[in-house]
Design a protein around this ligand. Structure first.
Ligand SMILES: Nc1ncnc2c1ncn2[C@@H]1O[C@H](COP(=O)(O)OP(=O)(O)OP(=O)(O)O)[C@@H](O)[C@H]1O
Ligand SMILES: [Mg+2]
Length: 342
C-alpha cells in the first residue's frame, strides 16, 4: 500500500510511470522528455496552454500514438509492449467529441460496451450505473443530436467508465462548457475518484479546474514540464501576496527597481502593468505607490490577492495562459525576474 497525496491508503494499481517520454513531428518536438509518476487513486492534471503537448501525451499513454523516445507504464502495463493490456484497463474521453449523434445515449453506451465483449446482463447493469452517475438516466432514450454540450460531455464520461477502468484519461473534460455545467462535471469526476478509487489523469487549460480537482499538477509548456507539485505547494512557491499595479505609463524601469528591494520576491511587467509578490502585501501598498512617484510613474490602480495557479504559470513561463489563447500576445513575453529561491 502507498499513501497518496490525500493521506489515504491506496494500492499501486492504476499507477502511471512516465520516463523521458518524447514525441517529435518532423522538426517539432511536441512532447520533450517528460517524466512523472501518478499514484493509484490520485487525480493528476496536465495544465498548459494550446499546443503545449497535452493531447500528444495522452495519445501516447493511451497507446494511440507511438513515442519517439521514452517509456511509460499505465496500470502496470508497458505502453509499447503491452498495448492490449493497457487498453483493457483504461477509459478515455477525447478532446474532440466522439459520439454517434444519430444514436440515443443508451445506444452509444451499449455499442461501446459490446466492443469490450460484455454480456447483455453486465452491459445493462453498467449502463444503468454510469447513466445514474452522470444524471442522464432520464435522457437515455433521446437521440444524442438533441443533447446539450454539457450532456454530451457527461455521456462521454459515462462511456469512458463502462468497462470499469483503473485509469480514466480526460482530455479537456470541460472545454467550452458554461461555468455551471463545468462545476457539475467536476463533481462527477471527484465522486468517481473518491467513491471508486479510479485514477484520473486530466488535461486542462483552466486554472480553477486544475486547482479544484487535482491532487498533483504538472504545468506543461512547449512540450516540457516546467513545474510539478500539489496546487497548494505550487502556489506557496511564490510566497506572500500578489500585488498588481496599473501605471499611467510603461513601467519596465520601475519594475527593475522594485526587483532590487529585499522584500520583493518576484516581479513581472508588461507595458503599464506590473505584478509583484511580497509578504504582507497590504502593508507595502502605500510604500509602493510612493516609490512609483519617486520614479516618475503614477499608480492608477492596485489590486491585492493570494497567488493563483495563473501566477505560478506566469512565473515559470513568462506568459499567461489567457494571453496565448487570445493569440494576440503570443509573441510578447512579459519580463520576468525571479530571485533565487531560499
Ligand atoms: N499529428 C500531428 N502532426 C503534426 N503536428 C502535430 C500533430 N499533433 C500535434 N501536433 C503539434 O504538436 C503540438 C502539441 O499539440 P497538442 O495537440 O498535443 O497540444 P495540446 O496541449 O493538446 O493543445 P490544446 O490545448 O490546443 O488541445 C502542437 O504544436 C501541434 O500542432
Ligand atoms: Mg489538446
Amino acid at each position: 500500500m502507498l499513501v497518496n497525496e490525500r493521506g489515504t491508503g491506496t494500492s499501486v494499481m492504476g499507477a502511471i510511470e512516465v520516463r523521458g517520454l518524447t514525441r517529435r513531428f518532423g522538426s517539432l518536438t511536441a512532447v520533450d522528455q517528460i517524466s512523472f509518476t501518478v499514484e493509484g487513486g490520485c487525480i493528476f492534471g496536465l495544465l498548459g496552454p494550446n499546443g503545449a503537448g497535452k493531447t500528444t501525451t495522452i495519445s501516447m499513454l493511451t497507446t494511440l500514438l507511438a513515442p519517439t523516445e521514452g517509456s511509460a507504464t499505465v496500470a502496470g502495463h508497458d505502453i509499447l509492449h503491452e498495448k492490449d493490456a493497457v487498453r483493457r484497463n483504461i477509459g478515455v474521453v477525447f478532446q474532440e467529441p466522439a459520439l454517434d449523434t444519430s444514436l440515443t445515449g443508451r445506444e452509444n453506451l451499449d455499442f461501446h460496451a459490446m466492443m469490450y465483449g460484455l454480456t447483455r446482463e453486465v452491459r445493462d447493469a453498467r449502463i444503468h450505473e454510469v447513466l445514474d452517475l452522470v444524471e442522464l438516466t432520464e435522457k437515455a432514450e433521446i437521440l444524442v443530436q438533441q443533447y446539450s454540450g454539457g450532456m454530451k460531455r457527461r455521456l462521454e464520461i459515462a462511456r469512458g467508465l463502462i468497462q470499469h477502468p483503473q485509469v480514466l484519461f480526460l482530455d479537456e473534460p470541460t472545454l467550452g462548457l458554461d461555468a455551471q455545467t463545468r462545476r457539475r462535471i467536476w463533481d462527477y469526476v471527484k465522486q468517481l475518484n473518491r467513491s471508486k478509487g479510479v485514477t484520473i489523469i486530466l488535461t486542462t487549460h483552466y486554472m480553477e479546474e486544475a486547482d479544484y480537482l487535482c491532487d498533483r499538477i504538472a504545468i506543461i509548456d512547449a512540450g516540457r514540464i516546467v513545474a510539478m507539485d500539489t496546487p497548494a505547494r505550487l502556489k506557496d512557491l511564490l510566497g506572500g501576496d500578489v500585488i498588481s499595479l496599473q501605471l499611467n505609463e510603461e513601467g519596465h524601469t520601475f519594475a527593475t527597481y522594485l526587483q532590487t528591494l529585499p522584500w520583493v520576491k518576484n516581479v513581472t511587467s508588461m507595458d503599464a502593468h506590473i505584478t509583484l509578490t511580497v509578504e504582507m502585501g497590504e502593508s507595502r501598498v502605500p510604500e509602493i505607490v510612493k516609490l512609483g512617484q519617486n520614479h516618475g510613474v503614477d499608480v492608477v490602480s492596485v489590486s491585492l490577492r493570494k497567488p493563483s495557479l495563473e501566477d505560478v504559470f506566469l512565473q515559470f513561463t513568462g506568459r499567461t495562459i489567457r494571453d496565448q489563447e487570445g493569440g494576440v500576445m503570443d509573441h510578447r513575453r512579459a519580463i520576468v525576474t525571479r530571485k533565487a529561491r531560499r
